[in-house]
Design a binder for this molecule. Structure first.
Ligand SMILES: Cc1cc2nc3c(=O)[nH]c(=O)nc-3n(C[C@H](O)[C@H](O)[C@H](O)COP(=O)(O)OP(=O)(O)OC[C@H]3O[C@@H](n4cnc5c(N)ncnc54)[C@H](O)[C@@H]3O)c2cc1C
Length: 393
């Protein structure tokens, strides 16, 4: 049997991919849109939904807010595309957060992200429905999947954007950092469609769900064969939160120049480990080589919006704050009571972090021994009781 070329594997025949040459029988790979979808409206602003299987990821809700806004301005509909195994329970929230339509593709073979399954499915959907704009999260999945789909449908992709907007003539303006974040550029895709961008998690706020809103769920016929999938998920290995990508962490402990040295960062790492947080840093800490660049938060680093952000020895210069100001709660530890970071902190701790952190770590270790885990409230209570801590309203 002749080997199929990559192009043959992905070429769509009548909207779906034929694998018969590959395995000697007629098996279809990809999505076969139902009649209603083929006849449905073209255009629209799409969001490819990131989820855990049980929950919609925050980034999807952030993108839906953007999609809703763009769709309203363009007079189009906002559409969520949900791929997974038995995920229809997630569709109502997508409607409440702005989607008018949810395309629902369900199959056990879509349970875990697999580019061999997801790529042809989305390529078929996009070719069939011709959205005007497709937004993706700049997550592990979005970063892998969006370029594959863009290449196959023959359009462009602006990756890792911090913002999207519309030009006067209705083109999507995709704003992304360049030259290591020293500048940002506006990208437009004037001819090819759809216009596609991945957006950094936390870059735009999510809209509150509106329980009165509902989306129309449209099932997509999925016809996938395990033989057509070159990749198979063997095992999921959970990595400790401290090594999580900062954009995906729910709790972050960040250190700045005030930490003083690479050795000083062990205290930051210890605290992060105790509270189940990812470690992040300001630019001087990265420039000094204490922490790798991928952990830098700020204008030329990453944008984060965790539940809790604990800043240690970070003064709060705007270049840093732009990357973390959407954190739900901010705790700041700094020896200078006038440090600007305190203006955005919910809890301020004025003191030398080399004294504050060991005392805090000891208290949290005791708490862990007594209770097993430390919830956010307990961490905050412990922090608030550290000498020098002051709650600000
Ligand atoms: C184009 C551009 C892009 C930039 N991008 C970024 C970016 O992405 N991220 C970023 O962070 N910065 C960025 N910067 C740099 C930014 O301007 C600041 O220089 C930087 O954020 C300051 O980092 P810091 O708060 O760690 O250091 P500092 O401003 O020096 O603050 C250190 C703080 O630690 C406190 N301190 C010192 N010792 C102790 C102690 N023992 N105990 C407790 N507190 C102590 C001090 O009181 C001070 O408040 C950028 C700059 C430019 C020009």
């Amino acid at each position: 049997m002749e080997a199929l070329t990559e192009e043959e594997l992905i070429v769509s025949r009548g909207g779906w991919i034929t694998m018969e040459r590959a395995i000697g029988q007629r098996v279809h790979q990809g999505a076969r849109p139902r009649r209603a979808m083929r006849e449905g409206p073209t255009g629209g602003v799409w969001v490819i939904v990131d989820h855990t299987g049980d929950e919609v990821e925050d980034i999807a809700l952030e993108l839906l807010g953007q999609a809703r806004e763009l769709a309203d301005r363009l007079g189009l509909s906002a559409v969520a595309v949900l791929l997974g195994d038995d995920v229809r329970g997630l569709a109502p929230l997508l409607g409440q957060c702005g989607a008018e339509t949810v395309y629902l593709a369900e199959s056990p073979l879509l349970g875990a992200y697999n580019p061999d399954a997801y790529t042809p499915l989305l390529v078929d959907l996009i070719r069939g429905q011709r959205p005007s704009i497709v937004l993706w999260g700049a997550t592990d999945q979005g970063r892998d999947l969006a370029p594959r789909v863009a290449a196959r449908v023959g359009t462009g992709l602006a990756s890792n954007c911090t913002r999207v907007d519309l030009s006067k003539d209705g083109l999507l303006v995709m704003v992304r950092p360049v030259y290591g974040g020293k500048a940002s550029c506006n990208v437009v895709c004037p001819q090819a469609r759809p216009q596609m961008a991945t957006l950094q998690p936390g870059a735009v706020p999510a809209k509150r769900p509106d329980p009165s809103r509902e989306a129309q769920a449209i099932a997509v016929d999925v016809s996938l064969s395990p033989q057509g999938l070159r990749l198979r998920l063997e095992e999921v290995i959970k990595i400790p939160p401290s090594s999580l990508d900062v954009t995906e962490a729910e709790v972050i402990v960040a250190g700045g120049r005030g930490v003083g040295s690479k050795e000083g960062f062990h205290l930051v790492e210890q605290l992060a480990h105790l509270v189940g947080a990812a470690v992040a840093a300001s630019r001087p800490a990265v420039d000094a080589g204490w922490v790798p660049y991928e952990r830098q938060v700020g204008l030329s680093g990453k944008t984060v919006a965790p539940r809790l952000y604990i800043a240690c020895g970070i003064s709060g210069v705007n270049h840093h704050v732009v990357g973390m100001r959407d954190s739900r709660a901010v705790v700041a530890i700094d020896q200078d009571s006038q440090a600007p970071i305190f203006q955005i902190a919910d809890l301020k701790i004025v003191g030398d972090l080399h004294q504050v952190l060991p005392s805090l770590i000891e208290r949290l270790q005791r708490l862990r021994q007594e209770r097993g885990t430390a919830e956010d409230e307990e961490v905050l209570r412990t922090l608030a009781n550290v000498p020098g801590a002051r709650q600000v309203s």
